[in-house]
Ligand binder design. Sequence first.
Ligand code: GDP
Ligand code: MN
Length: 401
Amino acid sequence: MRLLEHQAKQLLSEFGIPVPRGLVCRDAEAAAAAWDQIGASAGGLVLKAQVPIGKRGKGGGVSVVRSRAHAEDAASALLQMTVGGFAVTEILAEELVPISAELYLSVLTDTSPAHPRPLLMISARGGMDIEELAAAAPDSLYRLHADPAYGLHPYQARELARRSGLSVEGQGALTKIIGATYRAYWESDAELVEINPLALTTAGDLVAVDAKVTIDNAARGRHPDIKGAEIDSVETRAAAMGLSYVELEGDIGLISNGAGLTMATMDHLALLGGRPANFLDTGERILRGGIADGMGLLLSNPRVNAVLINVFGGGVRCDVIAQKIVEAVGALPAGHLPVVATLHGRNEEAGRAILSEAGLHGLWAPATIQEALETVVKLAAQRSGGGGGNELPAAERGTGS
Ligand code: GDP
Ligand code: MN
């Protein structure tokens, strides 16, 4: 779960990290009020689009204003913008911080070692994002792993601070901020806490001018108080439906039951040259709308060229599942994507008979998994216009057409 900047800063400030004074605004009047409360005494405001992506500055999502009227105008303009594909509905109006240097500081879960560990990174050349920084000034980036069993040792925080290029007093304050950043990461079950820039003000103070936090989705139940960006992704819609769904790059939509069968089906598809568009495990919802809901999710993905349903009837019988498939496919609009369904387990013969006897246009019901996979790979290739191209032999079709 990605937090918006103001949510991330709220979290960081709870751990004692200094952040600029700011107010969230949804209209120009609120921005004028922020000017009166904060901007007038600070000599300026920074208005920042609250969208869940970085590089907003380059996308026109950050404005510096130095008067009340300008604050109103800039806020109105921002609230009509789309930044990185997200409509701007909220802006954060913050005091303009006089910056003398910009640092980069982050803690993230490094999943590349056999035992994933927190990785801390610091650079005296903040402001750029990490990819640019790693490319433009790799030597300026200092990296250090913490041992999750012990946490971040004080000597490690001091070592990171030493690499900042700050004065000795500055390093003292920075060491505290590094410790607090690690605690914020650890105690919030974050995957990433990034402060960029961590600004050194002209008065010599350190302030988190921008913050990016993502929380491990699996830990969200432990943090009901942490609010994140409301993003209407397929993943969040699937989660709300009680389906386990992960979007992938390919063009074959997949519906399966059980994580093991779903992954094995994906591997098998890949062996035959097919590319799954997603992982979708209906789990317990197989009989309670899981197939129809899953189909809806897959068909909303424009990359999908064909759908494969591969289910195992263990606790639930294949004939009952087949009925659900017939209902779901029957409800699709005419000319829908080809659907290939294969069922194995209890009452599989009866299940297959239901699929073929339904006589649905665009539904294939091969007897074996191998045939089903070959069929769906071929159908997807035909649909994408590349490769394949051959008409399928009638024998491979469950129900004709
Ligand atoms: P991002 O582009 O989405 O990463 O948004 P940031 O919040 O990092 O803002 C982009 C840049 O705007 C920062 O790197 C700063 O250089 C500048 N900026 C943001 N807030 C302030 C501020 O309060 N004072 C000054 N002087 N510059 C700021
Ligand atoms: Mn930034």
